[in-house]
Design a protein around this ligand. Structure first.
Ligand SMILES: [Zn+2]
Length: 127
């Protein structure tokens, strides 16, 4: 028996991993679980590329049929970096927006103050 989480091997009668506290599985079940995980990662990749490029899943599947697990991992990292960059860019724009509105508020406020002072001085001058 083997732990699906830490991959530690146990005697056949053991039912649970003493470290991870998860039920043990047979080698075959583990292989099936990993195959399922691989399948899900590939589906996720197909979905992400399709979202970005608006191409059909069949095309993406065709381009990715020889992709290795290492390439898949690299691609995933690339996607995550790109998403992060987009997120940071968005935050940058929001910051600039706030700075700009503060600046406009300052200019308008200053102009109003000067106008007020001018009116007061004019009234004083006339008196
Ligand atoms: Zn374990």
């Amino acid at each position: 028996m083997v732990c699906p989480k830490c991959k530690m091997e146990y005697e056949d009668w053991v039912r649970e991993c003493s470290d991870c506290k998860v039920p043990l599985v047979t080698d075959r079940e583990l292989a099936e679980m990993e195959e399922e995980k691989r399948r899900q990662r590939r589906e996720e990749r197909e979905r992400k590329i399709q979202e970005k490029m608006e191409v059909s899943v069949e095309d993406i599947r065709e381009w990715g049929k020889d992709i290795s697990e290492e390439e898949l991992a690299l691609e995933e990292a690339e996607f995550n970096r790109e998403l992060e960059n987009l997120e940071n860019r968005k935050k940058g724009w929001e910051r600039m927006d706030r700075r700009l509105s503060r600046m406009i508020l300052g200019i308008v406020g200053g102009a109003l103050l000067l106008m007020g002072a001018g009116v007061v001085l004019g009234l004083l001058g006339r008196a």
